[in-house]
Design a protein around this ligand. Sequence first.
Ligand SMILES: [Zn+2]
Length: 394
Amino acid sequence: MRDASKVKTKKLYYDDAYATRFTAQVVSCTGSDVVLDQTLFFPEEGGQSADRGVLNGCEVIDVQIREGEIHHLLKNEDPAAKPFSEGDTVSGEIDWEHRFSNMQQHSGEHLFSGMIHKAYGFDNVGFHLSDSEVTLDFDGVVPEEGIREAERKANQAIVSNIAVKVIFPTPEELETMDYRSKLELKNDVRIVEFSGVDACACCAPHVRRTGEIGLLKVISSQNYKGGVRISILCGFRALALLNHEHEILMKTANYLTTSSDEIYGLTVKMKTENAALRASLKKAVSENMLEKIHAVSEGEGNICFFEDDLEASAMRDAVNVLVEKKSGFCCVFSGSDDTGYKYIIGRKGGDAREAGKLLSQKFGARGGGQPQMIQGSVRAPRKELLELFEIGEL
Ligand SMILES: [Zn+2]
């Protein structure tokens, strides 16, 4: 039996973060889980998702590290198949576009966290880098202007094209160094230094010079666990997002025949006007309905009114007038066949809840109330509701 605790996969990405192809010996292969003597595949570690790529043409879908041993998980349709044997030489290639993007995001994170640390003394206590997001959690709340300032300074450091150095200091050297770290570290510590800007213990691949990060953009910030969670994007991912958002802005400006500067003010104005129009429309509809209801002649039987969009108070007023005119169920429905209806049903000298029971049995309606008046919601076609009350079982 191999003693896993003694096996450590050689991390070729430590020697050269820019290498994309390598050959290695298979140490073990169990199903689709392959361990090699050395690899360029960065495993999921330190909050960063794993590299993608291929081993002898087989797609690598995940890479995990356990006690220094790096496991490559292959896409394998047949779980019983064993693609490699111990001692085989395999050639691997990482997905460079994906890796370089991660290097840009990750290196940008160092710069931004370094700026926040310098200005506020806060640490990045949670880092997450996946294909969908890059988030940094700080153990203190950074004000909005502090976030903008850190963004500006990080971009200044990008423009300055600072060299990025990797150092493996001795424990003695480490004691005299000033660096950021999430853990108390002693042995095999890898320090990534952005000269004059930041030093941080880190295991991931980085760019050689900050200029390669291209751009760092803060996307959002929110209070999180007593601190703040900040989302950033760097390089081509930042460019892709800005292109996407710019396209939305331009489309909207064209549609509203205005300039991008005016969109916000115009949207607020339109929303306010729309709310006022809706309110006056509702009022007119209620008044119109009440007029019709007042014209209803007194007599036996049920009666139903339908409107598109009524306030509950208007529905109640209408039902209160109707129960004085008709001895049966007096129903007011607000809504449409597509969205469903809210209803209020009243009955004077009878039990309105009987109508509610039938609506519930027939259409799964919800609601309840007193014998004189019930209210609820129902999804049923207007035609069937009319049949039920005017010529049907009630
Ligand atoms: Zn790093």
